[in-house]
Design a protein around this ligand. Structure first.
Ligand code: PPE
Length: 307
């Protein structure tokens, strides 16, 4: 999975994979003070292309801003760093993980003078929840852990420490034999998966929730909303309850890593026919056509790695 003979972009230069190291007294290790992104590169007929690179880097800077971390590079420089790292490793398809974190400096919760360091890693990442998940769908459970509320941490920022909440939920789900967890928010509304947004299909309506449900506003979520509307579906963004999920004809997760993953069962309740439903399949196939450069009308979502 990792390009162990390849390169990492680290504070402005390409270094060997094994040189991507930090000191144990780095602030991020103790307090989770970092922000990151996950971006996919897809193989197309006109070379590898990055999906929605600008939007991801915009969110990266937003996340850093929320935690008052001044990234010592411009957005354009980080965009170029991502492209340079993919090229240095010769990937045709891969995952890009930019990360900015508080590095080595005096410990104590206040980050004080701990420098903000930036790295870009790339690696091959297949289907997030397994190859079969994309076609057959996943079995999920509603975890007892609640998604932290937006008054506790900025849920729309993608910060390292925030993922401890996700870790608790996904561990619980796997221990109980499920593929993934769905979190409720503190008010009992559906929030999201440990690393994915949630969509429901009820009749001819597509439903998803918004930032008031303590979710990360996914870039794949936004793409799916736009794609679904272009296909003529009604997409409604509103608070969702467990009953909506149980009543759904179809349900699916979206995320950079998860792409569009159908949900076939939730806590023993089969959703629809227990396999990827027609709307999910239609959105999935449009999504894969777009990322593989086969839809000129969505070309603006792609950035060439070479060019
Ligand atoms: N919610 C959460 C909590 C989340 O982590 C992600 C992405 C999303 C929604 C979807 O966001 P977007 O990728 O912009 O559509 N999770 C990333 C990290 C996964 C990981 O295991 O690491 C990802 O998909 O890259």
């Amino acid at each position: 999975m990792y390009p162990e003979n390849g390169k990492i972009w680290y504070n402005g230069k390409l270094v060997d994979w094994n040189e991507g190291r930090i000191h144990l007294a780095s602030h991020v290790i103790h307090y989770g003070t970092g922000v990151f992104e996950g971006i996919r590169v897809y193989k197309t007929d006109s070379g590898p292309q990055v999906f929605r690179l600008r939007e991801h880097i915009r969110r990266f800077f937003f996340s850093a801003h929320a935690y008052q971390m001044a990234i010592p590079y411009s957005e354009e420089e980080v965009i170029q760093a991502c492209l340079e790292t993919v090229r240095a490793n010769g990937f045709e398809e891969c995952y890009i993980r930019p990360i900015a974190f508080r590095g080595y400096g005096p410990l104590g919760v206040h980050p004080g003078r701990c420098p903000v360091e930036v790295a870009v890693l790339t690696w091959k990442w297949g289907a997030y929840l397994g190859e079969e998940a994309l076609t057959k769908g996943v079995r999920v459970t509603i975890t007892g852990w609640r998604k932290f509320h937006g008054s506790m941490m900025p849920t729309t920022a993608k910060a390292c420490g925030q993922y401890l909440n996700s870790v608790l939920g996904v561990q619980e789900a796997r221990q109980n034999g499920y593929d993934e967890a769905i979190f409720l928010d503190v008010n009992g509304y559906l929030a999201e998966g440990s690393g994915e947004n949630l969509f429901l299909v009820l009749g001819d309506q597509i439903l998803t929730n918004g930032s008031e449900s303590s979710i990360l506003l996914g870039i794949t979520r936004d793409a799916v909303i736009q794609m679904a509307r272009a296909l003529g579906y009604q997409v409604q963004t509103r608070l969702l309850v467990r009953g909506d999920l149980y009543a759904a004809d179809e349900a699916f997760f979206t995320g950079t890593a998860a792409e569009i993953t159908p949900i076939r069962e939730v806590d023993g309740r089969v959703i629809g026919t227990g396999e990827a439903g027609p709307v999910t399949r239609k959105l999935q196939s449009l999504f894969f056509e777009i990322v593989r450069g086969k839809r000129p009308e969505y070309r603006h979502w792609l950035t060439p790695v070479y060019g």
